[in-house]
Design a protein around this ligand. Structure first.
Ligand code: 0O2
Length: 218
């Protein structure tokens, strides 16, 4: 019944259009940043960037769970726009965080460090909530967005756990939760070990890039 009322009141197409624009703009900006670093021969802490618009069903579910009325959805649900930046190494996360903090085209409102403060599930990631100004056909508008910054190993774990969470409607059986925590530990160790040979890897990657450029320039 409550969900029915929400569906009627919220004009999803109208509500979500600016958010879709924000996903497109933010994706382009972070991808350009990565491309520019590579072009200049500067180390890029960004390995890849993805983005998504939260689905109406998901927004409704969250609003219902947090008892958010329809008129407060835009103010209270911070991740209608979700950007995910993946890094090769844990050390790169801090560099990306600094890059986001120093940008003039967005304002950081909140930061959540689930790397230092790992969630009980084993989840590790760095979250930044930003306010992002848009120029729309109807005039200026500001939207909230969540940027998740994590390593490929953290992402591997989070994606798998998210699928299980969905399959079990949030109630993952205890034995599976236990094994997931062991997997999270393994991902943590993988990140730590990769950091110890970070310089070797990045030097090799730089060399391969130079070789690749030489071949394409011939
Ligand atoms: P989806 O489908 O990814 O959009 P809440 O959003 O209410 O759960 P809070 O405090 O508002 O919690 O936000 P929080 O915990 O900083 O982060 C929200 C998002 O982080 C989640 O969005 C997930 O994407 C991710 N996340 C947080 N905890 C976990 C976890 O234990 N496992 C995994 N796999 N992801 C997590 P949504 O809306 O839950 O889901």
């Amino acid at each position: 019944m409550r969900r029915g009322v929400f569906v009627e009141i919220v004009n999803w197409k109208e509500l979500l259009y600016p958010y879709e624009q924000a996903v497109d703009e933010l994706l382009l900006k972070f991808r350009c940043l990565d491309k520019e670093c590579r072009h200049l021969g500067i180390y890029s802490p960004i390995d890849s960037v993805t983005g998504r618009l939260k689905k109406p069903a998901s927004i409704l579910e969250k609003a219902g769970k947090k008892q958010i009325p329809p008129e407060k959805i835009e103010e209270k649900i911070e991740d209608i726009v979700g950007i995910r930046i993946l890094c090769q190494f844990v050390e790169d996360i801090e560099k990306v965080v600094t890059m986001v903090q120093s940008r003039k085209d967005m304002t950081v409102l909140e930061e959540r460090d689930y790397i230092t403060n790992t969630k009980p599930s084993g989840y590790r990631s760095y979250h930044m909530i930003i306010r992002y100004p848009l120029s729309t056909a109807l005039g200026p508008k500001e939207v909230l967005a969540e940027i998740q910054i994590r390593t490929n190993a953290m992402n591997f774990w989070a994606t798998a756990e998210h699928s299980l969470r969905y399959k079990y409607s949030g109630n993952i059986p205890e034995n599976l939760q236990h094994r997931l925590r062991i997997c999270a530990e393994a991902a943590f160790h993988l990140d730590r070990e990769m950091s110890t040979i970070r310089e070797e890897i990045t030097n090799a990657q730089r060399l391969n890039e130079i070789k690749g450029n030489l071949v394409t320039n011939i």
